[in-house]
Design a protein around this ligand. Sequence first.
Ligand SMILES: NC(=O)c1ccc[n+]([C@@H]2O[C@H](COP(=O)([O-])OP(=O)(O)OC[C@H]3O[C@@H](n4cnc5c(N)ncnc54)[C@H](O)[C@@H]3O)[C@@H](O)[C@H]2O)c1
Length: 309
Amino acid sequence: MRNILVTGGAGFIGSNLALELQSRYPEARIVVVDDFRSGDFKNLQGFRGDVVGADVSRLDWHGQFGERVFDVIFHEASITDTTVHDQLLQVHDNVEGFRRLLTFAGASQTPVVYASSAATYGMCTGVQEEDQPALPANVYAFTKVQLDNLAREHALRTPSWRIVGLRYFNVYGSREPHKKAAASMIYQLYLQMKAGRRPRVFRSGEHKRDFVYVKDVVALTIRAATAPRSGVFNCGSGVAISFNELIGFLNESLGTSLEPDYIENPYSHFYQTHTEANMTRARVELDFAPSWPPSRGIADYVATLESVR
Ligand SMILES: NC(=O)c1ccc[n+]([C@@H]2O[C@H](COP(=O)([O-])OP(=O)(O)OC[C@H]3O[C@@H](n4cnc5c(N)ncnc54)[C@H](O)[C@@H]3O)[C@@H](O)[C@H]2O)c1
């Protein structure tokens, strides 16, 4: 990989990805495209590549890059705040951005790896598998289903072109504070506990989530660039833990013994009770197994947060 494009590279996952690519491929030319609507330049400290400030849904891709051919395009740019309810804005910026990117990449059949989401599964419970039907519960999730549909259609039309979607579950790790209220629950609870407050979670703390460490997310995203075929793959830890267990891990890492502070759940009618990625497809087809079970990932993340304080 000598010529790499990362959209959304000023964001949480995109910046971790861009910096890991830079460290794995020091000779590569890496270009980030981001319009900084939720990203932050601070995430790209140490990045030596090029940064294009642009909205992917309005960018004249050929005008910007001419005939330049990338070895791979990683597409992370998206409105990521699921509480943005402006449907036209979400659909336009997320879906049209991907459509334009595919038109540009299609000319040279550049492999594309894009961020889909476990949100596409919606209000189902238990272990989530890639082939189950999409049930998007909000417009953000709906846009991710459209990305999967577009990718599938293009891949069917051009079988030699690789387009791989990754359904990220609940990602946590370094370079997420700029997301504020949209940052991971692990980070939110860490901040509360650090301030000496009891961590606030919905009653009775037994909802389960598949929390996946950004180091695993970046590793699978890079691995997906050499996938043998197009398709969508889950990207989780493959383990579901409850919020009570999560607080236990945070207490262990922080040396505290703060009890959960349970609050009523105002979203109980559309709140997922259990998310868990079935990681079989990634294991079998991409030869990838997550390296960071939640207990170790959370400990590593807290140690990193503590070292910069
Ligand atoms: N973090 C998670 O838990 C999670 C879970 C599922 C899916 N995802 C997906 O992963 C990707 C990265 O998410 P993140 O957590 O890093 O969020 P983030 O908000 O930190 O990063 C998104 C980046 O995209 C940029 N952006 C948004 N719209 C753009 C546009 N139209 N043109 C150019 N840049 C644009 C933002 O400025 C930001 O830098 C997103 O596609 C998101 O939907 C994330």
